[in-house]
Design a protein. Structure first.
Lengths: 115, 112
């Protein structure tokens, strides 16, 4: 069964450093998402991406964040200058339809720890 | 601010019993509703989706949707210890793009 994959599973970084989180969405999916979940809190939407551009972003997704689809398979989230409060699980998801009647499938997540 | 609310639990049920989970949402434009299961430290795993009022059954799981009351529920029949997890309700409103808005989850503990 196709699945979303993410690397690395765990990333430890120093405050102020740049990190890139990588995702490989399900191959025939067209819509890609990043969510995050701070320990003990809700899963929060960050950004959605379609046709090589951002379709929607949340208030969390400020200028420190960027997304890119550098090739036909990868989807990346970059945090330019990490802060302590960026420590969270970051989930990539993908779906095949935007109409709102299709399901988003989640990857296993990357645990980001900012020291 | 569009909200999705769930009782945080824990909901403790004996093995073999029915677990009943509830979720309310504030955005009347919501059209797609999902239940995800999340084990500690893991990612959300889809259990069920529901789009129309009424019941939808899949194995031991039944989702119920009432758009007039802005309410969606999940029943887990014949609960097993492996069902012990946090259950997340997620809602998608097309007017809000295709993002999912999640509730805080209900923690379920199934005791042998």
């Amino acid at each position: 069964e196709p699945e979303v994959t993410q690397t690395p599973s765990h990333q430890v970084t120093q405050m102020g450093q740049e990190v890139i989180l990588r995702c490989v969405p399900i191959s025939n999916h067209l819509y890609f998402y990043w969510y995050r979940q701070i320990l003990g809190q809700k899963v929060e939407f960050l950004v959605s991406f379609y046709n090589n551009e951002i379709s929607e972003k949340s208030e969390i997704f400020d200028d420190q964040f960027s997304v890119e689809r550098p090739d036909g398979s990868n989807f990346t989230l970059k945090i330019r200058s990490t802060k302590l409060e960026d420590s969270a699980m970051y989930f990539c998801a993908s779906s095949s339809d935007r109409v709102g009647t299709d399901t988003q499938y989640f990857g296993p997540g990357t645990r980001l720890t900012v020291l | 601010q569009k909200e999705v609310e769930q009782n945080s639990g824990p909901l403790s049920v004996p093995e073999g019993a029915i677990a009943s989970l509830n979720c309310t949402y504030s955005d009347r434009g919501s059209q797609s509703f999902f239940w995800y299961r999340q084990y500690s430290g893991k990612s959300p795993e889809l259990i069920m989706s529901i789009y129309s009022n009424g019941d939808k059954e899949d194995g031991r799981f039944t989702a119920q949707l009432n758009k007039a009351s802005q309410y969606v529920s999940l029943l887990i029949r014949d609960s097993q210890p492996s069902d012990s997890a946090t259950y997340l309700c997620a809602v998608n409103a097309p007017a809000a793009g295709n993002k999912l808005t999640f509730g805080g989850g209900t923690r379920v503990l199934v005791k042998p």
